[in-house]
Design a protein around this ligand. Structure first.
Ligand code: 3HC
Length: 317
C-alpha cells in the first residue's frame, strides 16, 4: 500500500465513523495533536486534584469530607486512564510528566485559581465539572478509540462530581444570609474562568478546525461554551444566584444567551504561567513526584523480581 492509499484508508475510516486504533496507520500530525490534547487533559486531571484537595481536611461534615475525598480520588483515576490512552500513541509516562514539570505542557487554566472558601468546592463541582462534562461527553465519540473509551468511564464519574457541587451551592444558597453570600461570592469568582476553560474563540484557535476535520473534536470551543452558558444560567436562577455578567441576556432569535466580553488577556496570561496559583501548582506536583519516587522504585523492583521468578520457573519446567 502506498502512503497515499494509507492516507485514503485513514480518511475513509474518519468519514465512516470507524475508530482509529493504536496499531492503525495515522498521519503524524493526527498522532501529535492527540498526544498534545490527551496528555494535557491528563495533566489537568492530576493538577485539578490540588485546589479541592486543599479542603478535604476542612470539609464542614464527615459526609462532605467523604464525598470530596471520593471526587478527588476519581480525578486521579481520570488522569491515569488518560496517561494510559496517550501512551498508546508512543509517548512514555516519564516524558509526559517531564513536559508538565518543565512547564512545556499545558493543563487547564481553571486550576490556577485559589480555593478561598468551602463554597468554592461547590462552585468547582457545579461549574468546572459541569464545563468538563459539556466538553467530555462529545469526546466519548472522538475518532481515537482509546481516548473515546476512557471518556465513557470519566463522564459517568463527572456527573456525580457536578451533582455534588451543585448540591453544595443549593444548600448554601438556601441557608443563612452568610451562606448565601459565600455561594454568590464563589460564583462571582469562578464564572468567568469556567467559561474560559473551553479554550479561545474559534477564530483564535489554531487547532479546532483540523481537530473537527479529524473528528477529534465534535463541537468547536464556542459551540460548547454556548451550550454550557445556556444550561448553567438556568441552574443559577433555580437556586437564586446571579451570574456575574451584566450583558447576559436571552436572545429569542438565536435561542441562546448573549453574554459579555471574555477577558482573553487574563486567559492567555494564566495559560502562560502568570495566574494566581501556577507556580504553587507546579511546585506541588514536582514535590509529590520526587517524594513518590520510592513507591515507583519499590513497585518496579517487585515487578522485576516477579518477572525473574517467572522466567526461572519456565526454564525449570
Ligand atoms: N487552559 C490551558 N490551555 C488551554 C485552554 C485552557 N482552558 N484552552 C486552550 N488552551 C491551549 C491549547 O492547549 C492550545 O495550546 P497548545 O497548542 O500548546 O496545546 C491553545 O490554547 C489553543 O487552543 P485550541 O482551542 O486551539 O486548542 P485545542 O483544540 O486543543 O482545544 C481544549 C482546547 C478545548 C481544552 C481541548 O484541548 C480539549 O477539549 N481537551 C480535552 C478536555 C480537557 O483537557 N479539559 C481540561 C479540563 S479537565 C477537567 O476539567 C477535569 C475535571 O474532572 C474537573
Amino acid at each position: 500500500m502506498t502512503v497515499h492509499s494509507f492516507q485514503e484508508h485513514f480518511d475513509e475510516k474518519i468519514d465512516n465513523e470507524v475508530s482509529i486504533e493504536p496499531r492503525d496507520w495515522m498521519p503524524d500530525d493526527y498522532r501529535k495533536t492527540l498526544i498534545r490534547q490527551i496528555s494535557q487533559h491528563a495533566h489537568s486531571e492530576i493538577v485539578g486534584m490540588l485546589p479541592e484537595g486543599n479542603w478535604i481536611t476542612r470539609a464542614p461534615s464527615l459526609r462532605r469530607k467523604a464525598v470530596l475525598l471520593a471526587k478527588v480520588q476519581d480525578e486521579g483515576g481520570h488522569g491515569l486512564y488518560l496517561y494510559s490512552a496517550a501512551e498508546t500513541l508512543g509517548i512514555t509516562r516519564d516524558e509526559m510528566i517531564e513536559q508538565l514539570h518543565s512547564g512545556k505542557a499545558k493543563y487547564s487554566s481553571i486550576f490556577n485559581y485559589p480555593t478561598l472558601t468551602w463554597a468554592d468546592m461547590g462552585a468547582i463541582g457545579w461549574l468546572v465539572d459541569g464545563a468538563a462534562i459539556m466538553n467530555q461527553v462529545p469526546l466519548c465519540r472522538t475518532s481515537y478509540g482509546p481516548y473515546a473509551r476512557a471518556m465513557v468511564r470519566v463522564c459517568k464519574e463527572e456527573s456525580f462530581h457536578q451533582r455534588q457541587g451543585f448540591e453544595i451551592m443549593m444548600t448554601l444558597a438556601n441557608g443563612t444570609e452568610v451562606q448565601k453570600k459565600l455561594a454568590q461570592d464563589a460564583l462571582n469568582r469562578w464564572w468567568w474562568p469556567s467559561i474560559m476553560m473551553f479554550g479561545p474563540p474559534d477564530d483564535d484557535s489554531p487547532n479546532t478546525a483540523q481537530s473537527m476535520r479529524w473528528r477529534i473534536k465534535r463541537f468547536t470551543n464556542d459551540e460548547l461554551r454556548q451550550k454550557f452558558i445556556d444550561v448553567t444560567v438556568e441552574q443559577a436562577k433555580l437556586i437564586g444566584l446571579t451570574v456575574p455578567d451584566p450583558d447576559l441576556k436571552w436572545n429569542e432569535e438565536t435561542g441562546h444567551y448573549d453574554y459579555g466580553k471574555i477577558n482573553w488577556d487574563e486567559f492567555w496570561n494564566v495559560v502562560k504561567g502568570n495566574g494566581p496559583c501556577n507556580k504553587e501548582r507546579l511546585e506541588t506536583r514536582r514535590k509529590a513526584w520526587e517524594e513518590g519516587k520510592w513507591v515507583r522504585d519499590a513497585a518496579l523492583a517487585y515487578a522485576e523480581k516477579r518477572k525473574a521468578r517467572k522466567e526461572k520457573a519456565t526454564l525449570a519446567a
